[in-house]
Write a protein that binds this ligand. Structure first.
Ligand SMILES: Cc1ncc(C[n+]2csc(CCOP(=O)(O)OP(=O)(O)O)c2C)c(N)n1
Ligand SMILES: [Mg+2]
Length: 446
């Protein structure tokens, strides 16, 4: 399935709103499943969704948005320990793609795919406690972002920061599922910037030659940090990067939830039937900076205006209104449910403690399968108040002090001596008869 091309941005000029007329692509026979609302009357949702699905999708979309807004407030209250990477504007892509999967399928989301995690059954409190580094979070407070997973229940492979690496990893998961005869599909997401990594290309080729049942969702949100997409690669459609490997690749309006779901269902079905991997390029827009610390002044204002008019939440509300798929009562009930859930999860998160120091020597995903032992150099109580000043274990000479010429010369002599010691020796240890001291810090050129 191909869609008419979305306009390209040229030096801050906003282009006309695209019309997404759909055409069939040769070789990819559409098997759009027909879903009908089982009730009577005018509220029949032809073609894609049952009435229940239509409302459930709205719940996830709205929950994703409201949770994001709440996290921004928490960030401003200094309750989030690290960066906050938002998904504003990209909710339909996360929700629509993950919604197409079956229960036993596997995902590896990226940091902005909060919507996918919610669809897979994680609760807002999981995301809140992660960002707030509380002990009740899925990583017990060890990771301050959405880098978490669960291989047993949710089938979520924990993402990592190394962009592109999830493609070969999830190709492996897909191949393992086939090997075990499980008919599962693996899905992962990648940004426009992430497609420039070697791991992405190696992974795509591996998936193609192995005909692995994997669906790769390429979220083209127009920016990779401050790099606009046209400086990333001279391509109109990043789906071409999948086609280069002989992978069935499609471009969809990532802000149109129904279009995303439709193509994702097709892709998942195709992969499950053994027809090989699929790449879906979802054209969307990162509506905030890379993270909260980035004011993104490099993004032209007209660009925000153009995409704001195509806000995924408003588009889907319009879809439901126009097809008479809900009424005010149902809409209000969903809003009330979300408000209730967020309030109780926030209370839970705020009342959760930070992890105790001893937890550092325990694993996140296994208990007792690795013998991880912290090397305590001193008693734990020495590290905690009220004892705050203790004798250091080792000293970096001149740390924080201006260096004199004599100290520099002495250091040079000492370093050339130290270079002759075995490489494994650490400060504080003895090698032969001599005590190894820490190397002096690099000094700035004057
Ligand atoms: C291999 C690798 N290179 C660089 C980075 C640093 N980095 C983190 S996010 C980012 C931008 C990613 O842009 P994109 O893939 O388009 O995703 P988006 O942030 O737009 O969702 C970069 C360069 C990284 N994490 N991994
Ligand atoms: Mg991007």
């Amino acid at each position: 399935m191909r869609h008419r091309r979305l306009p390209r941005y040229v030096a801050g000029k906003a282009a006309r709103a695209p019309s997404l007329a759909r055409r069939r692509d040769r070789g990819f026979k559409l098997r759009i499943q027909r879903y009908f609302w089982s009730g009577t009357g005018p509220r029949r949702c032809r073609g894609v969704l049952t009435h229940e699905e239509a409302l459930e999708l709205y719940y996830y979309l709205r929950l994703n948005r409201s949770l994001d807004e709440l996290l921004v407030r928490l960030f401003r209250q200094n309750k989030i320990v690290g960066g906050l990477y938002g998904s504003l504007g990209q909710e339909a892509t996360s929700v629509g793609t993950a919604y197409a999967l079956a229960k036993g399928d596997w995902i590896a989301p990226l940091i902005r795919n909060v919507g996918s995690l919610l669809v897979r059954g994680y609760r807002p409190r999981d995301i809140m406690t992660q960002y707030m580094a509380r002990v009740t979070s899925p990583t017990q407070g060890k990771d301050g972002t959405c880098h978490f997973g669960d291989l047993k229940t949710h089938h979520v492979v924990a993402p990592i920061s190394m962009l592109g690496d999830l493609i070969p990893v999830m190709t492996g998961v897909a191949m393992a599922g086939r090997y075990l005869g499980q008919k599962i599909v693996a899905m992962t997401w990648i940004g426009d910037g992430g497609t420039s990594t070697g791991a992405f290309h190696e992974g795509m080729n591996l998936a193609a030659v192995q005909r692995a049942p994997i669906v790769v969702v390429l979220e083209n949100n127009q920016w990779a940090y401050s790099t606009p997409v046209n400086r990333q690669a001279p391509l109109h459609d990043f789906a071409d990067r999948g086609r280069a490997y002989g992978i069935a690749s499609y471009t969809v309006d990532g802000n149109d939830l129904v279009a995303v779901l439709r193509i994702a269902r097709e892709a998942v079905e195709r992969a499950r039937q053994g027809h090989g991997p699929v790449l879906i390029e979802a054209k969307t827009m990162r509506m905030l900076g890379h993270a909260q610390h980035d004011p993104a002044e490099y993004v032209p204002r007209e660009m925000y205006e153009y995409w704001k008019a195509r806000d995924p939440l408003s588009l889907y509300e319009k879809y439901l209104d126009q097809r008479n798929l809900w009424d005010e009562k149902e809409k209000a009930a969903i809003h009330a449910r979300i408000e209730r859930e967020l309030a109780s999860d926030l209370e839970f998160a705020e009342n959760s403690p930070f992890p105790p120091p001893e937890l550092a020597e325990q694993g996140v995903y296994c208990q007792g399968c690795h013998d991880i032992k912290a090397e305590w150099r001193r008693a734990k109580e020495e590290l905690m108040p009220p004892k705050s000043s203790v004798k250091p274990e080792w000293i970096i000479k001149n740390f924080g002090a201006m260096e004199t010429e004599a100290a520099v010369a002495a250091d040079h002599a000492e370093q050339s001596d130290a270079a002759m010691e075995p490489a494994v020796a650490h400060p504080g240890q003895t090698a032969g008869k001599r005590k190894i001291t820490a190397p002096a810090p690099r000094r700035a050129r004057r």
